[in-house]
Design a protein around this ligand. Structure first.
Ligand code: ZN
Length: 231
C-alpha cells in the first residue's frame, strides 16, 4: 500500500460550488494518492483512491473529492467523484435561512439534508409529511388527503395546474415508501417548491396579523366628523 500526499500543480477543475451555488473553476490545492497492487490470475491489478482538496477560484470555499479507481476499469467510462461535503443542488430559500419556523423546523432540516445527499426517496417522504402537517394545521387532522388539497386550493396555496403534479409526486412518495421507487429530480423539485410556498404563506399570514395588532386603529369616520364640528 502506498500513500503519496503532495502539493499539486494539476490544472484547475470545474466543479459545483455550494457557496456560489453553481459550477465554478477550482484549484487543486493538494492531491493525495493511495494505491495497492495484487496478483490476480497471473497478472498484477492495481486499485486506489485519489483525494483532491479543491478551492473555489471565486469564493475560496474548500471541498474534497474522492475517486476510487481500478486498473481494470474501462478507460472510456469517466470516473464520477464523491464530494465532501456533498454538492448542494438546492439551497434553502433566503427567508428560511433568516428565520426559524418552529412548527416545521426539524422536518425541514431533514428534508434539505436528504436533498443535499441526493436521498430523493427520503426527501419526497419528508415533503409529503410537511404538507400533511400544513393541512392538519389549516383544517385539523381529518385524515383525508384529498380534502386537504381542496383546502389548499381554496386558500390559493395550490393552483389548478399544480394539483395533478403534486398528486403524481405524492404517488411517487408513496411508491418510494412502499416499493422503493426513486422519484425524478423534476417531480421532487416541484414538491419542494410547493412545500416552500405553503410555509412562506403561513409565515406571511402570521406577520400580517402581528402588523395589524400593533398598528394604531384609525378612529371611525363619524366620530372624526363630529369632533371637527365641535371645534
Ligand atoms: Zn465558490
Amino acid at each position: 500500500m502506498t500513500t503519496k500526499p503532495r502539493s499539486s500543480r494539476e490544472e484547475p477543475v470545474w466543479s459545483h460550488c455550494n457557496e456560489c451555488g453553481h459550477e465554478t473553476q477550482h484549484n487543486v490545492v493538494q492531491l493525495i494518492r493511495k494505491s495497492r497492487d495484487y496478483d490476480h490470475d497471473r497478472h498484477t491489478v492495481s486499485v486506489g483512491t485519489n483525494w483532491r482538496v479543491l478551492q473555489c477560484c471565486g469564493c475560496h470555499e474548500v471541498a474534497m473529492s474522492r475517486v476510487d479507481w481500478c486498473s481494470e476499469d474501462d478507460p472510456h467510462d469517466p470516473y464520477v467523484p464523491i464530494y465532501f461535503p456533498p454538492r448542494v443542488s438546492r439551497r434553502k430559500p433566503d427567508w428560511l435561512v433568516r428565520q426559524e419556523v418552529p412548527a416545521y423546523q426539524g422536518l425541514l432540516d431533514e428534508v434539505y439534508a436528504a436533498l443535499h445527499a441526493d436521498s430523493r426517496r427520503l426527501a419526497m417522504m419528508g415533503a409529503r409529511a410537511i404538507i400533511d402537517k400544513a393541512i392538519a394545521r389549516k383544517i385539523g387532522n381529518q385524515g383525508n388527503f384529498v380534502k386537504g388539497l381542496d383546502e389548499l386550493q381554496r386558500a390559493n396555496l395550490l393552483s389548478h395546474q399544480e394539483r395533478p403534479i403534486i398528486e403524481a409526486a405524492f404517488d411517487a412518495g408513496s411508491a418510494a415508501m412502499h416499493r422503493g421507487h426513486q422519484p425524478s429530480v423534476d417531480s421532487l423539485n416541484t414538491a419542494i417548491d410547493i412545500v416552500e410556498r405553503i410555509i412562506h404563506a403561513e409565515i406571511l399570514e402570521e406577520k400580517a396579523k402581528e402588523l395589524a395588532a400593533v398598528t394604531p386603529k384609525r378612529p371611525p369616520r363619524s366620530a372624526t366628523t363630529k369632533a371637527k364640528k365641535q371645534d
